[in-house]
Design a protein around this ligand. Structure first.
Ligand SMILES: *Cc1c(COP(=O)(O)O)cnc(C)c1O
Length: 490
């Protein structure tokens, strides 16, 4: 099976090539041309433990890897790295389920994919015979940076440089990154915001062509990379298997998922699961006040020309959702000219409108809703009071959006939980009506005392950890800094 660019069906790549490149040469995203090319007997997976299940699903999506290879890679990625071997536990909370994706090494759902991506990249290098040293450039608003550092530290043949906005991440997130050990990692704060970091990284990719980087290949670890999307398909099957095991549903019954969404990667992985056969009734896209996706799914008009809000669910503060491009490609039955045209309009005019037939098709499978910070806080408090279950702010956005839907649903509804409440202790304490301590590290202990829950180990050790990265650069110096550092690895 060859992957193809969403913007040009003639630009193809094998799975390993797509993983190494991250993005297609025309700026499109690598995509499975047609799901009927993938054969997966999904019902036979339901009895498996999570890690072998992951291997089978990943091998179906990336058939260049043999079943034995994928089994090996999955074990290396996950064994002993999560709080439990089932990786992503399902909790029953009131009349719905919460899929806990945050039990990995950095307490955010990005661990599921970023534990696997380094394994896939290393194996892809071997398969393609690539000799270059890979340098991964990552701009982060907080969660991706740490999860990527944790995944890639000390991986042979790969280096990683992370840029974060100096005043744009929480104290906990900053401490997580600047204390990262590993001989192949570099972390730099920039005097600027997340968009400045992101723009700088994109400019570095463009400048690399003229910058004599012989022996170096730049790559990306965010969810435009198909190797990051594929591992996320697994937990949709895993949640379904749990419900079958506990006899809540029979094989073949439908379920629905509510997904707190930013870049549209997580929810798209759910759609992949559906395309591979999983009986999914609706995928419900939950946004915070930056509700560009809610509006799009209601009207078919994507318009990024709008105010940007800083919310209490910062990992979803985003106005250009990269992975939506892959959904458009699927809804357009692989018409890459149409998708390329829409993306051109987005770049040039800041908006596009999709044809009515395409919108109908998308609406038959996706729902959408949004929730502001006040409501988010109210649901954190309500769910804690009613059920004794503590949610983080992102999960609470999902819960809030599920409220309306659940009233009429006859199928089980699963809300995806994307971060530990201890990752956002300040906002969670405020939601519970407490006065958060001034120091965020004290908030961790305060939240543990209020909730009687343990602080995740990776966060508990942060306060006294040694700072290893003190570099701060001006936003306009990012490109030169990144290229100079990359050349050192030649
Ligand atoms: C990244 C992130 C999201 C959004 O996921 P997408 O795949 O970008 O839609 C939601 N919640 C948390 C905590 C995240 O870190």
């Amino acid at each position: 099976m060859l992957y193809q660019s969403t913007r040009n069906k003639n630009l193809t790549a094998t799975g390993p090539e797509a993983i190494l490149r991250g993005i297609a040469p025309d700026g499109g995203l690598y995509m499975i041309p047609d799901f009927s090319q993938i054969s997966l007997d999904w019902t036979s997976l339901l009895d498996l433990d999570t890690i072998p299940m992951a291997a089978k699903i990943l091998q179906a999506i990336l058939p260049d890897f043999s079943p034995e290879e994928m089994e090996e890679l999955s074990k290396k990625a996950y064994c002993g790295k999560f709080e439990s071997e089932d990786l992503t536990p399902l909790a029953k909370v009131g009349n719905r389920y919460v899929l806990e994706l945050f039990r990995g090494p950095t307490s955010a759902f990005k661990d599921v994919a970023l534990s696997m991506l380094p394994q896939l990249m290393t194996a892809s290098k071997e398969k393609t015979g690539m000799k270059e040293e890979i340098v991964i450039l990552t701009a982060t608003s907080g969660d991706t940076g740490k999860a990527a550092l944790e995944g890639f530290h000390d991986v042979e043949g790969i280096r990683i440089i992370v840029f974060f906005p100096n005043n744009g991440v929480s104290a906990v997130q900053k401490a997580q990154m600047v204390t990262q050990s590993g001989k192949n990692v570099l972390v730099a704060a920039i005097n600027g915001n997340f968009d400045d970091a992101q723009t700088g990284v994109k400019k570095t990719f463009a400048a690399a062509a003229d910058a004599d980087l012989k022996g170096i290949e730049l790559s990306s670890a965010n969810s435009i990379n198909i190797g990051r999307l594929a591992p996320q398909v697994v937990y949709y099957f895993k949640a379904y298997a749990d419900l079958v095991r506990e006899k809540t549903i029979a094989v073949g019954d439908e379920v629905s998922f509510v997904v707190p969404t930013g870049n549209f990667g997580d929810i798209l992985a759910g759609y992949f699961a559906k395309k591979l056969g999983l009986p999914v009734k609706k995928l419900i896209c939950a946004s915070n006040e930056n509700k560009v996706l809610t509006d799009f799914l209601e009207k078919g008009l994507y318009d990024r020309k709008r105010p940007f809000y800083k919310t209490t669910s910062p990992s979803m503060d985003i106005l250009v959702s990269s992975n939506l491009e892959r959904l458009l490609f699927m809804a357009a039955d692989g018409d890459s000219d149409l998708v390329g045209g829409l993306m051109k309009q987005l770049n040039e005019q800041g908006s596009y409108q999709i044809p009515a037939a395409m919108l109908q098709k998308i609406q038959s499978e996706f729902g959408a809703g949004f929730c502001d910070d006040v409501k988010t806080a109210a649901y954190i408090a309500k769910v804690w009071k009613d059920y004794g279950y503590l949610m983080d702010t992102h999960t609470a956005v999902g819960w809030a959006v599920s409220e309306e839907y659940v009233k009429d649903a006859t199928e089980p509804v699963i809300v995806l939980s994307t971060a530990s409440p201890f990752k956002f202790p300040h906002a969670v304490l405020s939601a519970l009506g407490e006065t958060p301590a001034a120091d965020e590290f004290d908030c961790l202990e305060q939240l543990a005392a209020v909730s009687n829950l343990p602080i995740p180990k990776n966060l508990a050790g942060l306060k006294g950890a040694k700072v290893l990265h003190e570099t701060v650069i001006e936003k306009d110096d990012l490109v030169e800094f990144a290229l100079t550092q990359a050349k050192k690895f030649q």
